[in-house]
Write a protein that binds this ligand. Sequence first.
Ligand code: HEC
Ligand code: HEC
Ligand code: HEC
Ligand code: HEC
Ligand code: HEC
Length: 421
Amino acid sequence: MQWVKRTLIGLVVLGGLTYLYYTEVKPVVIFGLREDYAHAIPHQKVPDGLVSLKAEACGVCHVDIYNEWKTSIHAQAYTDPFFQAYWTKDKHIWVCLNCHTPLENQQPTLIKDIPRDRVERAVQEPNPHYDKEYQQEGVTCAACHVRDGVIMGPYEDAKAPHPTKYDPTFRTAQLCQRCHSVVGGPAQFYNGGPCGTYPEYEDGHWKKERGFICQSCHMPEIERPVAIGGPVRQGRQHLWRGGHDPAMVKRAIDVKIVADPAEPKPGDKVRVTLTLVNAGAGHKLPTGDPDRHFTVEFAVEDQKGKVLEQQSDTMGRWILWQPAIVELHDNRLMPLAGRNYTFEYRVPKESSGLKLITKVRYHIQTEGQHQMLIDKYGLTAKDPYNFIVYERAAALNGNLTEAFAQSVAETHLACATPGHS
Ligand code: HEC
Ligand code: HEC
Ligand code: HEC
Ligand code: HEC
Ligand code: HEC
């Protein structure tokens, strides 16, 4: 009966270890804490000379900047239906707020202690200064600009009705790092953090060879008065376009298509190669949220639009989420890197009227994720969660390479003019 006893002891030990793993090791969120975003930006009071910290109040004088910010995803970082659905899935855990509504003034509770960095064990107290309306503003002006009653900015000579202080970090990528470099936690095995845009940028071409910062592409340069009645200055538009903007995603990619043979005859096997290049993103393509991915799609259709053959390849990262987070594969493209996708097709005897269609599609989420958020977590977004960023068609009974090349010319490089940073 010795083996029964041993098995029982074994089971008890295994159960104990599993319990410890889930309560002490396995994190409750898909990322780890880092000193800078483990805490909210401390409470800010209204700077002298102003009546409110709210974006709208800044907008009275900074009209253009306010109007730009309002259209940006930063202004929607809290109200964003995708954020709300995932936040509901994560039981409204406080730590998300440190980037999505980063000021203490915007948060309902104060975090007094985080024992052993376990976010679910944080000691919380109601925040007497919590402003629910302010929370709606997400990444608001003061998140980047207000510290200790002073407005921080990129100029050394501003003459403003509020206190100002020159802060050189506004013209560096560091300003973006706090929130755009989400690291993995203990017992999470990522190749780079779950939303590691900053480290991808640091290792890439645009920083190393060209001196670009995030702002070079995400906050286009402009000359204008930055406040009503102020002098014309060189500043930047507060737009931050990214994955929610088809035009921005289009600027990231360059596509070339070659067919072999170029002019296939009926009965030939034609091999079509689509080369996808990360021509304009300063980090991996795609970046950010690990749900983001691209598909490269080929299809042969007849005159009636009936699909005779199709193929779809995915570019993104594959992560095993359960029972532990392990990144299995990442085939995203670093800046200026490219990859070939090939499709082979035997041209039938009767090929007139057939056309070959190629598409590159950007996905904010998969069908499965999207449906899960609708079914279980109240997602109501009407926003598209995938869109086509490249599409070309060519008749199968002509010169395919030429037909594709003629329509390709319009894709071009991203963002800023060379040399600007
Ligand atoms: C009553 C008008 C007014 C209001 C309200 C106002 N500002 Fe200003 N602000 C100015 C003027 C004028 C300047 C100086 C412009 C210049 O020198 O070109 C300025 C300058 C700035 C600068 C540049 C500072 C530097 O040193 O680089 C920033 C950043 C700024 N404001 C942010 C804000 C924010 C954020 C708010 C709201 C919390 C706000 N302002 C509210 C008028 C205003
Ligand atoms: C206080 C935190 C914070 C800082 C600082 C910050 N961001 Fe963001 N940013 C966010 C959050 C949160 C989102 C996602 C909002 C959402 O979709 O719910 C975001 C989204 C974005 C997007 C994606 C837009 C889209 O359409 O998908 C871009 C681009 C971006 N930020 C650029 C920048 C740049 C450039 C800087 C530095 C100048 C910066 N951010 C600084 C928190 C921040
Ligand atoms: C995510 C961070 C972030 C947020 C949010 C943000 N700004 Fe800025 N702001 C910057 C950066 C970076 C610059 C420096 C741009 C440059 O190099 O000229 C800047 C510059 C400015 C300037 C100086 C003019 C210029 O273009 O350089 C003003 C004024 C200003 N911001 C006002 C605002 C107001 C008002 C809001 C809210 C409506 C706001 N900012 C929100 C990051 C931010
Ligand atoms: C050379 C231009 C360039 C530079 C530099 C650059 N980006 Fe981008 N970024 C793009 C383009 C183009 C896209 C759209 C394609 C995509 O989504 O990857 C993009 C997309 C994004 C997105 C959208 C991802 C999502 O989940 O929707 C974020 C966030 C972002 N960038 C942040 C940053 C930050 C932070 C930096 C600096 C560390 C930076 N970018 C530097 C060009 C650039
Ligand atoms: C360290 C800062 C940080 C923390 C903490 C954080 N986020 Fe984000 N989140 C971002 C940034 C930056 C983006 C936009 C760029 C990207 O996709 O990485 C983003 C994007 C998102 C998006 C995609 C939004 C869209 O419209 O596509 C969702 C959903 C999201 N976050 C949910 C959460 C949830 C839920 C938590 C807490 C469990 C959380 N985030 C914690 C910084 C953060």
